[in-house]
Design a protein around this ligand. Structure first.
Ligand SMILES: [Zn+2]
Length: 122
């Protein structure tokens, strides 16, 4: 007696859609696929990206965009300000100054990434 294949009843499950093991995360700028966001995308606390918790642009692209702004604006501060505006990051001159002093002993032209992906505490 062969089992007649019974169609499994499809149920709406909210659980399964939450499994993200095979999900890929694509950078909206370069299109590169990543297996996870952590470590590849900057964390964002902005309400704009609340659903993801991360910016949709990968770290490499962030570096590139920042370098582009830096060379065209000839200013670290202006480049950073522009990045913050673009990415909906909190911008504050005083915080930037503090950050620069803390990380580069007052010198803010070392060219390394200095995106303030901080919490919006203010
Ligand atoms: Zn990218």
């Amino acid at each position: 007696m062969a089992d007649s294949p019974r169609r499994k009843k499809l149920e709406k499950t909210t659980e399964e859609t939450r499994v993200v093991s095979t999900q890929k995360f694509y950078c909206s700028r370069c299109g590169t696929a990543f297996s996870r966001q952590k470590g590849y995308f900057p964390v964002s606390h902005s309400p704009m990206y609340r659903g993801l918790g991360y910016l949709p642009i990968c770290n490499d692209c962030i570096d590139e965009i920042y370098e582009q702004y830096r060379s065209s604006l000839s200013s670290d501060r202006e480049a950073m300000r522009r990045m913050c505006m673009k990415l909906d990051l909190y911008w504050n001159d005083a915080i930037y100054d503090m950050y620069c002093e803390y990380h580069t002993a007052g010198r803010c032209n070392s060219g390394e990434r200095k995106i303030l992906v901080g919490r919006n505490t203010g």
